[in-house]
Design a protein around this ligand. Structure first.
Ligand code: HEC
Length: 134
């Protein structure tokens, strides 16, 4: 019995830690979002950033990604769209891709460290977007 309650306490602590880590990721992501994405998508991600006045295409409201995907946040698609390496948006779409930009900020080549650094930025932004879904 004692073992069980210890295990449950540990499980609770782990869940809490994971939850806290995600909240922290989202916070970091919010500041990256402000830096890289808000000019078009708006700081609240609703698609009304200052650049939209100069654009001929609609900039989507990113708080509706889950609503548009049967209520489930499309994490993998979002990661791919931001990163751009899958080519999902790479060919002439108006939305810039950021994987290479983030990787080059870490030094410019393709070492493991650059790749991880880039992925971390992409992920934290994706967590931020997940946290602002309506
Ligand atoms: C120059 C303006 C611009 C910037 C900067 C920009 N986007 Fe976009 N984004 C767009 C446009 C326009 C679309 C819709 C057309 C397309 O998908 O190419 C789009 C589409 C998206 C989509 C797909 C939405 C859907 O409904 O399928 C996601 C996700 C997204 N952007 C995230 C981001 C993130 C995250 C950043 C910052 C790292 C960012 N965007 C920066 C203009 C921009």
């Amino acid at each position: 019995m004692r073992k069980l309650s210890t295990a449950l306490t540990l499980l609770g602590a782990t869940t809490l830690a994971v939850g806290m880590a995600q909240a922290q990721n989202a916070e970091v992501g919010a500041s990256y979002f402000g830096q890289y994405c808000a000019t078009c998508h708006g700081m609240d991600a609703k698609g009304d950033g200052p650049m939209t006045q100069m654009m001929t295409v609609m900039v989507p409201d990113l708080t509706l990604l889950s609503a548009d995907a049967d209520g489930k946040f499309p994490m993998l698609d979002v990661i791919h769209i931001i990163d751009g390496r899958t080519g999902l948006r790479a060919h002439g779409g108006p939305m810039p891709v950021y994987g290479a930009v983030f990787r080059s900020e870490s030094g410019g080549d393709t070492s493991d460290a650059d790749v991880l650094f880039g992925l971390g930025k992409v992920l934290s932004i994706a967590y931020y977007l997940e946290s602002v879904q309506q």
